[in-house]
Structures are given as C-alpha cells and as structure tokens.
Design a protein around this ligand. Structure first.
Ligand SMILES: CC(C)(COP(=O)(O)OP(=O)(O)OC[C@H]1O[C@@H](n2cnc3c(N)ncnc32)[C@H](O)[C@@H]1OP(=O)(O)O)[C@@H](O)C(=O)NCCC(=O)NCCS
Length: 395
C-alpha cells in the first residue's frame, strides 16, 4: 500500500483560560470546548460538508468526566457530525493532541479515510495534573524512576542540574522574550486569528473568552528574577519561566491531498514526517531533541532546512536545552516561536500540539519563502514528539 500525501487545511483553538475558579472556563465543560472547535472548523470551511468528516480524534490527558466517555465519539455526536463519523480518543499527556493529529493523518495516508478532524483539549481546572492518577507503586519502591519524574517542575530543575551552563538568568530571559513576542503578535492582531471567541458563563456573568488569560505583556527581567521557586528551595524554575495551568482546546482539519484538490481547497501545509522518542523520565524536557533528530532523519532533512520552529514551552530550560543541542542563538532565536509560546500563551496539556500547528499554518502564510517547519514538544514521563510540515502557500 502506498502512503498518500496528507494536508492540513485549517486549524482553530479556543482562548486559553487560567485553570481554576478565576479562569473564564471554570463553568464550561471540556467537551463543549471541543464542540466549539469542531463547529468552527466546519463554519470556516463550507466546502467541507459535515457528512464528509469520516473520523474525529481527540487527545486529553485525563480521560474521565467531561473529558471521558471517548471524546472523539461524544464530541462528534454533540457537534452534529453525521452518525457514521467514527471517533476515538488518545492520551500521550502533553502530546495527546499532536498524537491525535498524527493518528488521523496516518489513517488518511493509508486510505482508511479521506477527511478527519483531530485535536486536543485539557481543562486543567476540572482535572488538576495527576490528581486522579494512581501510579504503580513499583515506580518508586523499586526505584524504576525517581520521585522527581512525576512532578514536571522538578524534572525541569533536574535539566538545569544536567546543563549547568544554562543559568536561571537565561531561563528568565527566555521567558521574557516569550512574553514580549506574544505581546507583539497580539498587538498586531496575529494571535486573535488563531482563536474562536466563545461566550461562557462566569461568576461575573456571561463573557466572551477571546484572549489568552495568562498573558503578562508587562513582564520585566527584574520581576522575573525575584519570583519564588516552587519546585526546589533556591531552585531555578519559577512561575515566570514555566508554563502555567490552563484550560483550552485546539483542533485541525486534515485530508488527503487528492481530496483537497477534488474539493478545490488550497491546503496550508503538508505533513512531511513525524516521530516520537523516549528519554529518561527524570529529564522529560529533553524529549524534543531525540524526536527532532529522528524526524529529520526520516524526512531526509537537517535542522538547517527548517525555516520555522514551533517548540512547546513547558519550561524555559527545556527550550534552551533544545536550542543548545541544535546550535540556535540563545536565549532568543528568530526561527523559534516567533509569536511567543506556552510560557506566555498557556499550556493546556493535550491542546498544545495542535496549537503549535495552528501557529505554523499562520507563520507559513506570513512567510511565503519558508519551506519547512517543525512542531515539537516534550511529554511527561519522558517523551518527545516532532512533526515536520511543508508550506503549501510558498511563493
Ligand atoms: C509554576 C506553578 C506552580 C505556578 O503556579 P501559580 O502559583 O498558580 O502561578 P501564578 O500564575 O499565580 O504565579 C505565581 C506568582 O508569580 C507571579 N508571576 C508569574 N509570572 C510572572 C511574570 N512573567 N512576571 C512577574 N510575575 C509573575 C504571579 O504574579 C504570582 O505572584 P503572586 O503570588 O504575588 O500573585 C504552575 O504554573 C505550574 O505548575 N506550572 C507547570 C505546569 C506543568 O508542569 N505543565 C506540564 C508541563 S510538562
């Protein structure tokens, strides 16, 4: 069987709210956020009739309550997709949505379906990280992993230990740039294009959630320097140089290149190759390094062929390690996260993979000379995911 080309036609996300009672999604269900994204993808792409969607794949880290009952199926029914559209859910923690996209793309590539919706959601307010998890005690009693491996902020402190040349000052500077780049992209109206406003009920009444609630455009290096280090006394990881706790959903519309041509649709980008790789759980932030090496090899490319990189910012230190390993200018390189990243925008775990892809789609449009882009992210318990895309709007 010969693999077919898979293209990304469109992508959209909800705003990313602050998790918890002060967040604008506190009274909103996660599956309703998914439905909003699916409906918006259909609204924006009228050539694609609901009955043409054959598969609906969603990632979420906690798969229970409003994120349970096989989201891929429940959200298809709730969004009014035809009854014969199948759906399923996946979990690869932070890379849940990325995995949903690569699963759906693989189905399309092998001819199992022609058109699919895939995405990720995480309502970290309703589902605090790890709250209902029950890790096998053997992990700790038999010292299969250290206790640190289960607390992401501690794994980031461990990375600082392994790479002492990456200082706290560098992590703070990285975070500063993330905030400034996001603030500039917001000022220029760029990020607004990636968000579908959603009217939601809050303690203050009905409001429109149409911006990322965690943004701190006034961030200064001075302000970052003095923040507490919640993961280790006198540590290096702070609330300022880490991603936050957020609620959000993001999804994309995928189809075979043939189908796009048949429908007269100009696709935004082609999936060139993808790869996942494992690393030691205690330093999970290393994940994007081997995943990127693997995907570059599969694509027959080098890092120098990649014009734009969307690197998920779980922690600044983990991005700096990536930059160091591939020889980027630290702490800020114009090829990486030109519109800022998760430190500024938020990181509702499984939704971040598709969020990176949505940024890539717009960045390709903004940079018609760019050919290849990389979306990559680290994953709890030690994994990395990486997807290479080709710009189909290239001039
Ligand atoms: C780091 C973490 C514990 C902080 O949680 P929090 O205390 O609720 O965070 P807050 O947003 O309230 O910030 C804490 C303080 O830092 C300050 N702060 C945060 N970012 C700042 C910035 N850029 N500039 C100045 N101050 C900042 C806040 O104002 C707040 O100050 P206050 O306590 O005086 O109100 C939490 O965000 C976390 O666990 N992040 C990691 C998430 C994660 O592991 N994801 C998975 C990745 S694999």
């Amino acid at each position: 069987m010969k693999a077919r080309d898979v293209v990304l036609v469109d992508g959209i996300r909800t705003a990313f709210g602050r998790a918890g009672e002060k967040g604008f999604f506190w009274y909103t269900r996660a599956d309703d956020m998914v439905v909003k994204v699916i409906r918006e993808l259909l609204r924006r792409n009228p050539q694609v009739k609901p009955e043409m969607i054959e598969e609906n794949v969603w990632g979420a880290t906690t798969q229970e309550k409003d994120q349970g009952l096989t989201l891929g199926r429940t959200s298809a029914i709730l969004a009014g997709l035809p009854v014969d559209c199948s759906g399923f859910s996946v979990d690869r923690m932070c890379a849940g949505g990325m995995t949903a996209v690569t699963c759906a793309a693989s189905e399309i590539a092998l001819g199992a379906c022609d058109i699919a919706i895939a995405g990720g959601v995480e309502h970290m307010g309703h589902h605090p990280m790890g709250a209902t998890a029950d890790p096998n005690p053997r992990f700790l009693t038999e010292r299969i992993v250290s206790e640190d491996a289960l607390v992401m902020g501690k794994t980031a402190e461990n990375l600082h230990d392994e790479f002492p040349e990456i200082t706290k000052e560098m992590s703070d500077e990285y975070a500063y740039w993330s905030q400034k780049k996001a603030a500039k992209a917001y000022e220029e109206g760029k990020i607004q294009k990636t968000i579908v406003p959603m009217t939601v009920y809050t303690k203050e009444g009905w409001v429109v959630a149409d911006y990322d609630q965690q943004l701190r455009p006034d961030t200064t290096l001075e302000g970052l320097r003095n923040l507490r280090t919640p993961f280790r006394p006198l540590g290096k990881v702070t609330p300022g140089n880490a991603s936050g706790l957020n609620d959000g959903a993001a999804g994309v519309l995928l189809m075979s290149a043939e189908k796009a041509e048949q429908l007269g649709i100009q696709p935004k980008m082609r999936l060139v190759a993808y790869a996942y790789a494992g690393v030691r759980p205690e330093v999970m932030g290393l994940g994007p390094v081997p995943a990127t090496k693997k995907v570059l090899e599969k694509a027959g490319l080098t890092i120098n062929d990649i014009d734009i990189i969307e690197l998920n910012e779980a922690f600044a230190v983990q991005c700096l390690v990536f930059m160091k390993e591939f020889g980027f200018k630290m702490p800020n390189d114009e090829r990486i996260n030109p519109w800022g990243g998760a430190i500024a925008l938020g990181h509702p775990l499984a939704s971040s993979g598709p969020r990176l892809m949505i940024h890539m789609m717009h960045l390709f449009e903004e940079n018609p000379s760019a050919r290849y882009g990389l979306t990559t992210m680290c994953v709890g318990l030690g994994q990395g995911g990486a997807v290479i895309w080709e710009n189909l709007m290239r001039k």
